[in-house]
Design a protein around this ligand. Structure first.
Ligand code: 16G
Length: 256
C-alpha cells in the first residue's frame, strides 16, 4: 500500500534533473542518499517494483536497474516472497568474521589442506609501498614473510606479507597461518581493502607456482586494519586464476 511519504520520496521531481545522468542512475543515487540520511530507515520495505515505477514515473526496467545496483552493494536486500528492504548493517565483528577470510581458513572451508613454504622472512627496511600502506617511515623496520601457499600439495599463490614489528616482532613465529598468530596476540584485523589486477608471472614466481613464465595471474594487494583503524598488514600476492571464485566471493560480500 502506498503511503504519503513514499509518494513524496519517489515522485520524479524530487530526484530527477535533466542533464544529471540516466534516470536509473539518478534514482539509484536518490535512494542511496535517502538511506544515508535516514529518510529511508533500516528494515523499511520499498514499494514493489511496479508501484515504485508508477510513483517515480519511470519504467520498471529503470527501477530494477537502480534497485539491483543497491542490492549488489549490500544496501538493499531482496527477501524471497517478502520484498525489498533496507538492510541493517551487521555488527562490525560479525561482518569482518564473515568476510575477512585467511588463506588457511578459506582452504579448510573447502575441505583442502593448506600448507605454507617459507621462502624468505625477517626484519627489513620498508620499501615505499610498505611505508605508505602501513604508515611507516624509512627509518622503521618491517617484518616481512614471503610464502608459497599450497592446498592439497598444489601451489596456489606466492604472498609477501609485511607488518609493523610491534605487531609481528618475530616473523619466524608464523608456521602455517599468519592470521592465527595475529589472533593469538589479539591483533586480528577486522577490515581489509584489496586492490586486484591482472599481471604476467615473472620467471622466479612462475617456477614456484609450476606455471610458465608470463602466465596471467591475479595480483592482489591487501591492506588490513585493526578495529582502531590502524593498518597492520600489507600483503601482496600472486594467485593462480583458478582462485578467482574466492576473490569474487570476497568482493561480493565485503561491505568495505
Ligand atoms: C589471504 C590474504 C592475505 C593474508 C592471508 C593470511 C587474500 C587475497 N589475501 O591469502 O592478505 O595475509 O590470507 O592467511 O585473501 P594465513 O592466515 O593462512 O597466513
Amino acid at each position: 500500500m502506498t503511503n504519503a511519504s513514499d509518494v513524496q520520496l519517489f515522485r520524479q521531481d524530487s530526484w530527477f534533473s535533466t542533464g544529471r545522468g540516466p534516470r536509473y542512475e539518478q534514482l539509484y543515487r536518490h535512494i542511496a542518499a535517502a538511506i544515508a540520511t535516514g529518510d529511508l530507515q533500516q528494515e523499511t520495505q520499498l514499494p514493489p517494483e511496479r508501484e515504485l515505477a508508477e510513483l517515480a514515473a519511470v519504467s520498471r526496467v529503470t527501477v530494477r536497474k537502480a534497485v539491483s545496483q543497491l542490492v549488489l552493494e549490500g544496501v538493499l536486500e531482496q527477501r524471497r516472497g517478502a520484498g525489498t528492504f533496507v538492510r541493517s548493517p551487521k555488527p562490525r565483528l560479525e561482518q569482518s568474521l564473515s568476510t575477512l577470510v585467511s588463506f588457511t581458513e578459506y582452504m579448510r572451508q573447502r575441505g583442502k589442506t593448506p600448507t605454507s613454504r617459507i621462502i624468505n622472512r625477517g626484519l627489513f627496511a620498508p620499501i615505499p609501498d610498505e611505508q605508505l600502506a602501513l604508515g611507516l617511515s624509512a627509518a622503521d623496520r618491517v617484518a616481512r614473510i614471503e610464502r608459497l601457499r599450497s592446498a592439497d600439495g598444489v601451489a596456489m599463490a606466492v604472498e609477501w606479507s609485511s607488518l609493523p614489528t610491534d605487531i609481528l616482532p618475530d616473523p619466524s613465529a608464523v608456521e602455517t597461518s599468519l592470521y592465527d598468530v595475529l589472533r593469538a596476540a589479539g591483533n586480528a584485523p577486522t577490515r581489509a581493502v584489496q586492490r586486484i589486477s591482472a599481471v604476467n608471472l615473472p620467471g622466479h614466481e612462475a617456477r614456484l607456482l609450476n606455471l610458465s613464465e608470463g602466465a596471467a595471474v591475479l595480483r592482489i594487494d591487501r591492506t588490513a586494519y585493526l578495529g582502531s583503524g590502524r593498518p597492520i598488514e600489507f600483503t601482496r600476492g600472486l594467485y593462480r586464476s583458478d582462485l578467482y571464485d574466492f576473490i569474487a566471493e570476497l568482493r561480493l560480500e565485503a561491505d568495505l
